[in-house]
Design a protein around this ligand. Structure first.
Ligand code: SF4
Ligand code: SF4
Length: 223
């Protein structure tokens, strides 16, 4: 059970690479994630647990699956996954997988997965190793007294996912959202309100209660 500092030690304003590294290190220590991908019908989601590793010195995350698995077929059709690892803290990573057939990578995979190697020993070529090439993710932690800590990151050239709610320039500073916010994470900055996204639950109460249409709900489309 995770007993470290909130949000894996990440503070508001920390740089992208620091957040990404904290998230990837947590996942690597956890050793597995639950992977959601789109089934071969192209519509429905499927889910399974896969081991995750660092197999190079650049700290990329890798997963593997047999070529006979449905996961392999799904990756052939749409090599995009959303994966989550939870141990009190949760880390989500959504992104594109690429096949990585480098011998050095495969060697490290078998070194770290002796049991899987034994299972597939009659034909190791039947096993595919993938690398998370690019994507975005989030560290999310509900800690003492139900406080929230949330930090987002990206890797491989993607942008971090935008925050769900943002206050726009129609804000009159009436303060209704400040009063209504369930996490007390909206504060006045001069005449206008601002959301501290690190502590935001993304519940949307501010969005629904603003009488001036001054809070936008951001759409997010990665694929
Ligand atoms: S309720 Fe709307 S207008 Fe009022 S302070 Fe909040 S964002 Fe600004
Ligand atoms: S989405 Fe919810 S938690 Fe976040 S600022 Fe708005 S009211 Fe507060």
């Amino acid at each position: 059970m995770y007993k470290g500092p909130p949000c894996l030690g990440i503070k508001p304003g920390d740089p992208n690479d620091k957040i990404k590294e904290a998230a990837f290190d947590f996942v690597k220590q956890l050793g597995y994630m639950s992977f959601a991908s789109t089934a071969v019908d192209g519509r429905t989601p499927t889910n399974r647990g896969l081991e995750v590793h660092y197999l190079d010195d650049e700290k990329n995350l890798y997963v593997g699956a047999s070529r006979g698995k449905h996961f392999y077929d799904e990756m052939e059709k749409l090599p995009f996954c959303s994966a989550v690892g939870i141990d009190v803290v949760s880390v989500r990573i959504s992104g594109w997988l690429v096949k990585d057939d480098r011998e050095s990578v495969r060697e490290r995979y078998w070194l770290q997965n002796q049991g899987t190697k034994k299972m597939y020993h009659k034909d190791l070529s039947n096993f595919q190793v993938y690398r998370f090439e690019k994507g975005e993710g989030e560290i999310f932690h509900v800690y003492e007294a139900d406080a929230i800590a949330r930090a987002r990151f990206s890797f491989g050239g993607e942008k971090p996912r935008p925050w769900s709610y943002e206050i726009n320039d129609k804000c009159t500073g009436c303060g209704i959202c400040v009063t209504n916010c369930m996490m007390d994470t909206i504060h006045m900055h001069g005449d206008v309100a601002k959301i501290d996204h690190y502590g935001c639950n993304e519940c949307g109460i501010c969005y629904f209660s603003c009488p001036h249409g001054a809070i936008d709900k951001n759409e997010f489309v990665l694929v």
